[in-house]
Design a protein around this ligand. Structure first.
Ligand code: BGC
Length: 415
């Protein structure tokens, strides 16, 4: 975008291609930061980071390149188009893990390994996360946070009206509680949204039915997508879908969340950006529990920031990245975003009760990755799975869904 703007200014000045423009006049002092954090708790998180950037990086200006749409569904498409026309933002949000490898393989991001050393990041980030970020000995992004995907959010008043006072201990109890809500007159007890949010639900059910190790194996080739446990998980997933709103395929996550806030649903499975968003939308009295049957599995994902190859403002972007990785940056950003700091040296004081519980869980839990949010699978793989779920939402043909999931794994797994 900025490149286009500069060319337009050059044209207005009548500058020739041989460089009669005063370089200083056009000196880039803005850093275009590309995310999908456009409203609610997501925007609050971004604002907190930008405010820190203002303090840390005098002379640099933040330019908001956000493209709205949960899980980056629209942003990623726009980013692909911008990359293709050699107009990348200076830095963009990308998930740690498999999703980053797409950009690395395409040479679209620069090696940031030297910053890890000069900013002391290896001493303050979990070694497992640094490993997940390392590709052929190099690291290409700076993580801002750890989000948890496998959380169910509740409207306590709706549950109390149906006589539900405790979190369900397993999947069967969860289904029984959904039935209680339905009986009490709640038409769609489980708030559901479009494809990728349904993938999150399927993943949570898979964690319960397969256990953390075999679930993780689905993305490494160690667990067979055609196996009976996956068949069972698809059946359990379908039971849950039947307790949801019929317009699910047309709703993004904040619209599904609205059903919860308005008391039209009792539960929603969603990542913990919802904690910040419920607060931002005036509903701080929410309840939460880890998805029933997930035990101590913490389904993690991490938003990280890159330095685009060919970034217009390298100095400013380095400063942005330093802020992202800094203690003060992570403290401010995560308090507002609902996630927890990726850094291990941040105290939990000042964080919400939900976040304090997530910080404690992260220390002792079993980490499992997320396909819906890029830590487990690459973008083409994720798109194939989302397409299979869109088809399933109307066809309800479990065999076709299972073979589509197996074929996607077969096609995209990196061995
Ligand atoms: C991102 C979160 C974001 C969520 C919903 C996830 O993929 O990692 O930062 O809040 O999508 O948009």
């Amino acid at each position: 975008m900025r490149m286009v703007a500069l060319l337009a200014v050059a044209a207005l000045l009548g500058a020739s291609a041989c460089g009669s423009i005063d370089d200083d006049a056009l000196a880039p002092d803005t850093v275009e930061v590309f995310t999908w954090w456009a409203e609610g708790g997501e925007k609050a998180g971004l604002d907190a980071l930008v405010s820190r950037f203002g303090t840390d990086c005098p002379g640099q200006r933040f330019e908001n390149g956000a493209v709205a749409g949960g899980a980056g569904v629209n942003a990623k498409q726009e980013l692909t188009q911008r990359m293709a026309r050699h107009d990348p933002p200076d830095t963009f949000q990308a998930h740690a893990g498999a999703e980053m490898t797409d950009y690395i393989d395409a040479g679209q991001v620069e090696d940031l390994t030297a910053y890890y050393d000069s900013w002391g990041l290896r001493d303050v980030l979990p070694s497992g996360l640094v490993e997940d970020l390392t590709v052929n000995g190099k690291i290409f992004s700076i993580p801002a946070n750890i989000h948890r995907a496998n959380v169910v959010w509740t409207n306590p008043a709706v549950l109390a009206d149906a006589g539900i006072t405790a979190p369900p201990k397993d999947l069967a109890t969860f289904v029984a509680d959904l039935a209680k809500l339905k009986f009490a007159g709640v038409e769609a007890p489980l708030a559901l949204g479009r494809d990728w949010t349904q993938l999150m639900l399927l993943e949570a059910v898979l964690i319960s039915d397969l256990g953390p190790a075999r679930f993780s194996g689905l993305f490494t080739g160690d667990t067979d997508w055609r196996g009976t446990p996956v068949t069972k998980a698809i059946n359990d997933f379908t039971v849950l879908l039947n307790y949801g709103n019929l317009d699910r395929d047309t709703l993004d996550w904040p619209q599904a969340e609205r059903l919860l806030i308005d008391g039209k649903a009792g539960y929603q499975l969603m990542g913990d950006w919802e904690a910040a968003d419920l607060t931002a939308k005036g509903f701080p009295g929410y309840g939460w529990f880890a998805f029933p049957g997930n035990g101590k599995a913490f389904q993690w994902l991490a938003d990280s920031f890159t330095l685009s190859t060919g970034a217009s403002n390298r100095t400013g972007t380095e400063c942005w990245l330093k802020t992202v990785g800094s203690a003060a940056g992570q403290q401010a950003f995560n308090a507002a975003k609902g996630s927890i700091p990726a850094r291990t040296d941040i105290v939990s004081t000042g964080y919400s009760p939900y976040q304090q519980s997530a910080m404690a869980d992260w220390k002792s839990a079993t980490p499992v990755p997320s396909c819906a949010h890029g830590s487990a699978c690459s973008q083409p793989w994720q798109s194939a799975v989302n397409a299979a779920l869109r088809a399933y939402s109307t066809s309800r043909d479990p065999k076709t869904l299972q073979s589509a999931l197996a074929e996607a794994a077969n096609q995209f797994i990196r061995r």
